[in-house]
Design a protein around this ligand. Structure first.
Ligand code: GCU
Length: 661
């Protein structure tokens, strides 16, 4: 009798277990067919195709589907066509992976309640390599990770494999991400040890059918540390041999291994300059050993040093003289802005400037400088702002998107990358809305023409609901959220006034002159009795001269500089008149205050959303918004009270008075 009662209880709670809304399903909330259908017909067989068939047979409720390999030009890459009648759907592609992408397109459309009777779709990716950079350490921690420990669980591999590795691959494939760097750019030499490579092989084998290639971040000193060579000088024959043997060892285990990502002579990491060599010497040596296997080197341009008069200038100064000196399987990976993933930066002046060297963007999905996983900040607008920036390098219309995707300059291969925000947390990304940033990066890497709004629309419908009463306000909240974060953290082009180390809260007073002046917030905001901001015009560091005309003139002149970057490029007097008639000080107060009110508006908006979604995600987001609202006040109070000690002007009456002392 007791057992019987247990069964009844189980029966009652089962639906709730099966549909626990903990965010673990991401945007892949496809309906489950009560039993697999047999609706897919295909002229090809491969593990990738098997996945496509399984997905459709399990989750597709519409017409029968033909998946067909067809002849397309090489430029079609992993693209696909979808053509449908009310009775049948045909997906055509050049590769099995293209068919898998086409299948996910259908499932995603079904999830958004699209119609399938008259489809005529053609899609091909903007970039060849659409890659996530995981900053995962071998001990399981993640540098700048805010969603728990590493998914890979190195200590369990190669024998025990977490099921989440395959779920991760599936989620990536569903948005077209096709590559991953498994480990931190501050790379441990041990990553290349034989035992670790065997673990990497296991992951590569899981990811392969989903079209995902594995890459590794490598430490430049690996030969010396692991191979006992005298040094790691790229011109030392023993060093070259060590890398050659290592490449051969890797490709025996992983025949489709993608290549290396390298952070060299940056923030204390070793590199070719330790031996008087250049970035090109270092990158080319690695490129040569990978070349026979089709591998590439992504060489990062994130360099700066305490001796520089302006950190924002250094990458350009170091890399421009090397333009044209890199092998054709090297690509320079450049952060979107010249400093470091700030809430707002101008684009990096290297984009477009190196005319003979392929370049790729590095975005940061993990919110190191945007409230970690506590703040709701939808990043597609930040990504788009960068990709749509006109560099003028090849005349008007030379956007970063067009320079990096091969439109303006023919390229052997093109790529785009972003630092992942994924960890072991049940919901993968810490904040439910941070999932949208993983999704948005994938969608933009696939199609850099998409708008932030289109992507938000898709994501909300797939992740939450199609109900317009939810979609419209929540989309509005997402679309404004990046600007809101800029408002309460660093408006008008302020940057890097974060607390040292963790970069979570404000510390505009931070002054580490004794250690690293260039890590000090005071180095960046330069507040004094006259005004605020970093003079990068001709009278200052002249960083503006690294931009192509007319941008050098536009940014060089306080009157023509866009106001959202005015404190980035100029030291602006406190009483300088802004376009709306306020003084700069009043505008600063207004912006900080606006940011606070915007977050409170998000709270009010969210409080009305419970009728449309599950209680769990509703309350988890609600709690995070509460943290965000308090943090916004903290930012406003800290920054205004501190800057007021320089401005010596009152906080305007219509601004909420600081509550923190
Ligand atoms: C930032 C970040 C570091 C990271 C570095 C990089 O400075 O704070 O944790 O290692 O960027 O991109 O290399």
């Amino acid at each position: 009798m007791k057992n019987f009662r247990h069964y009844i209880l189980l029966f009652l709670i089962l639906p709730f277990i099966a549909f626990a809304e903990d965010g673990s399903q991401l945007w892949l909330r496809y309906p489950v067919n009560s039993k697999p259908r047999n609706i897919v017909n295909s002229n090809s067989k491969s593990p990738t195709l098997e996945i496509a068939k399984k997905e459709l047979n399990n989750h597709w409720s519409g017409q029968p589907i033909d998946l067909k390999i067809d002849k397309f030009p090489d430029s079609f890459k992993d693209g696909y066509k979808i053509i449908s009648t009310p009775k049948k759907i045909t997906v055509l592609a050049k590769t099995d992976l293209g068919l898998l992408y086409g299948s996910y397109h259908l499932l995603n459309l079904q999830q958004q309640k699209g119609s399938f009777s008259n489809l005529n779709i053609e899609e091909k990716p903007s970039y060849d390599i659409r890659i996530l950079n995981h900053w995962d350490n071998l001990d399981g921690t993640i540098e700048r990770g805010y969603a728990g420990h590493s998914l890979w669980k190195w200590e369990d591999l190669p024998n025990k494999i977490s099921p989440r590795c395959e779920e991760y691959a599936r989620a990536n494939a569903s948005v077209g991400i096709n590559a991953t760097v498994l480990n931190n750019v501050n790379a441990s030499p041990n990553m290349l040890r034989e035992d670790y490579l065997k673990k990497v092989k296991v992951l590569a084998d899981i990811f392969r059918p989903y079209g995902i290639k594995v890459y590794l971040a490598v430490n430049f000193s690996s030969p010396k540390v692991l191979g006992n060579t005298k040094d790691s000088d790229p011109l030392n024959k023993d060093v070259q041999k060590w890398w050659k043997d290592k490449a051969s060892e890797i490709y025996k285990l992983i025949p489709d291994f993608g290549g290396f990502l390298v952070k060299a002579n940056s923030e204390g990491e070793p590199g070719p300059q330790d031996y008087g060599r250049t970035h090109a010497d270092g990158a080319n040596m690695m490129a040569d050993v990978l070349k026979p296997y089709g591998g590439i080197v992504m060489w990062r341009a994130f360099v700066y040093s305490p001796s520089s008069d302006d950190r924002a200038k250094q990458a350009y100064l170091e890399f421009m003289p090397l333009d044209g000196k890199f092998r054709d399987n090297v690509i320079i990976q450049i952060k979107n802005g010249p400093v470091d993933f700030q809430p707002r930066e101008p684009f990096h002046p290297l984009f477009g400037a190196m005319k003979k060297t392929p370049q790729m963007v590095e975005f940061q999905i993990t919110q190191e400088y945007l409230g970690h996983s506590n703040h709701l900040v939808y990043l597609a607008p930040l990504f788009k702002e960068n990709l749509d920036s006109d560099t003028y390098s090849d005349g008007k219309g030379s956007t970063i998107a067009k320079i990096t995707d091969g439109t303006l300059r023919s390229a052997k291969f093109t790529a785009i990358s972003a630092v992942a925000n994924i960890g072991e947390d049940t919901n993968w990304t810490g904040h439910h809305f941070a999932q949208s940033n993983w999704f948005a990066f994938g969608r933009l890497a696939w199609n850099n023409d998409l708008t932030s709004e289109q992507i938000a629309d898709e994501w909300i419908k797939m992740t939450f609901t199609n109900d317009d009463k939810f979609v419209t306000p929540v989309k509005e909240m997402m679309l404004t959220s990046r600007e809101t974060a800029v408002d309460y953290m660093m408006p008008l082009g302020l940057h890097h006034i974060f607390a040292g180390g963790h970069h979570y809260g404000p510390e505009p007073w931070g002054d580490y002159k004794g250690t690293r002046a260039d890590w000090s917030p005071v180095y960046y905001h330069r507040a004094d009795a006259q005004g605020l901001g970093f003079d990068r015009s001709k009278t200052g560091s002249d960083a503006v001269s690294q931009y192509f005309p007319p941008l050098n003139e536009i940014y060089g002149n306080i009157k023509t500089t866009p106001e959202n970057l005015i404190l980035w490029f100029h030291h602006v007097p406190w009483d300088y008149r802004m376009k709306d008639g306020k003084t700069m000080w009043e505008e600063l107060c207004y912006k900080y205050d606006l940011g606070v009110h915007e977050v409170r508006d998000y709270q009010k908006l969210w409080n009305k959303m419970l009728p449309y979604i599950d209680e769990q995600r509703f309350s988890e987001v609600k709690d995070k918004l509460k943290i965000q609202a308090e943090d916004a006040v903290w930012w406003k109070d800290a920054c205004l009270l501190y800057f007021q000690t320089y401005s010596n002007r009152p906080i305007p009456d219509n601004i909420e008075k600081p509550v923190h002392k």
